[in-house]
Design a protein around this ligand. Structure first.
Ligand SMILES: O=P(O)(O)OC[C@H]1O[C@H](OP(=O)(O)OP(=O)(O)O)[C@H](O)[C@@H]1O
Ligand SMILES: O=c1cc[nH]c(=O)[nH]1
Length: 212
């Protein structure tokens, strides 16, 4: 049986700024790993995909020490797929505020095409940005987003990413270009296909979650 069916990774090394749940001891027989594997099933209808993704997000939030974050939190979903994670995290961090980043990946070239960037007013120096983005494939979208935050003068050390599926290529690129930024992901998959989709991945997360 393929290793991915158990939510495990092949044994490539990961950069130090990545925490990958599938590689932790807790992954064995965990609900998180089970939900992740269910999301890989392309036959799952969108209602089930959404339900399963929401259960996974709740488990992730349960396992993070969100209540103990002392800094102001700016939740930063990357539209559109990142919006799927927003309700769970907003419910848990009730005084968080929203930074909106809109980027559409060009379907032919896979290059990021930004259309929205809006930070709330008067963000303090110590504010923690939590970027919500289920899929990091080439990392083009993420590098654009981090570049915008850096350009606005925000401290990269105060930025964390919550992802679900990352490609190895993406985490290596992020380590090179933004080593200060920590990535929490459920899994790191080994490759991209010729359309720059994560393999094995789960297909188009946004389309599957929103039923489009
Ligand atoms: O790492 P990258 O190669 O940049 O790819 C990842 C991006 O692609 C997807 O978004 P997409 O633009 O397809 O839009 P969606 O969120 O509306 O589905 C995904 O949600 C990421 O934002
Ligand atoms: O595999 C991928 C790559 C980009 N966006 C997705 O939704 N899935």
């Amino acid at each position: 049986m393929d290793e991915h069916e158990h939510g495990q990774n092949p044994h490539f090394d990961l950069p130090p700024n990545v925490t990958c749940f599938a590689r932790t001891e807790n992954a064995a027989n965990s609900k998180r790993a089970l939900y992740l594997e269910q999301l890989r099933n392309r036959e799952l209808p969108y209602q089930e995909f959404r339900k399963t993704a929401d259960k996974l997000f709740n488990r992730i939030a349960d396992d993070m020490a969100l209540q103990s974050i002392e800094n102001e939190v700016i939740l930063t979903p990357i539209f559109r797929a990142g919006l799927s994670l927003l309700p769970v995290f907003m419910q848990r961090i009730t005084n968080s505020r929203l930074c909106s980043i809109g980027v559409k990946r060009n379907e032919e070239t896979a290059m990021p095409e930004p259309y929205l960037f809006k930070v709330p007013p008067e963000v303090g120096d110590q504010a923690k940005f939590i970027i919500l983005e289920p899929m990091i494939a080439t990392a083009g979208t993420m590098c654009y987003s981090l570049g915008m935050l850096k350009q606005q003068g925000y401290n990269l050390n105060n930025i964390e990413i919550i992802a679900i599926f990352c490609a190895l290529e993406a985490v290596n690129r992020l380590q090179k270009e933004y080593p200060e930024v920590h990535i929490h992901t459920e899994v790191v998959d080994p490759t991209l296909d010729d359309k720059k989709f994560i393999v094995p991945g789960c297909g188009d997360f946004g389309d599957r979650y929103f039923g489009t």
